[in-house]
Design a protein around this ligand. Sequence first.
Ligand SMILES: [Zn+2]
Length: 240
Amino acid sequence: MKEGLDILYALQLKDDQLKDIEAIIKDIPLQIKALEDERDSRSDMIEKAKKKLHQNGEERKKLEREIAVIRDKIGKYKEQMKKVTTNKEYQGFSNEIKFEEANITGVEEKIIEKMCESDEIMGMIREAEGEFRKIADIYNQQIKDMLANLDYHKAKLAEETLNKKELRDRVDPKLLKAYDNLFVKKAGKVVSNVQTDFCGICNIKIRPQVLSEMIMSSDVLVCESCGRILFKKIIDEVEE
Ligand SMILES: [Zn+2]
């Protein structure tokens, strides 16, 4: 039975290891998602700048349309000027034309402002895109490494699951049944490795009588406090 407990303890360690691997497999996709979100938030900034550039272009078109309307108005004044008879009327149209021409200059100045702004935005986009490419490369490499790590752990899980099966086949069926029954109740911690004279899981001191029974007899003993199967390595026995 001692040897049976040996294997049962090895099975416990294997289940612990599988639990760790499963946790890693579950965690890696979350880490990848976080990196992707971080990477994409940087490209959002570029998208916003591109929208601003588009808006700038629309505003410039609107100003150009304003100029066209004013030029049309000036043309009409010039037509009417040809038909005037008095100097006063002529002067009136002449003043209107001067006024509208000044308006055109004002709008043209606004267009130049918009053009400068557009140059600034384009420069910003170019810079941000260059920077983003560099950052994206770093992020993408990190994601690639994580995916490789995920594959590694998936393969490891498959391999260790086979090893676990081999261990289970070697455990005494009655002992295995007890292990499986306790597994859920004890949150996956069934076998307690007793170091010196303490339960390895609940840390309660084990009575000397139980301890000597553990060493001398081949019975399966459970911790009187936490109910887990007690296991003590043979090497400890030799030392004692
Ligand atoms: Zn215990």
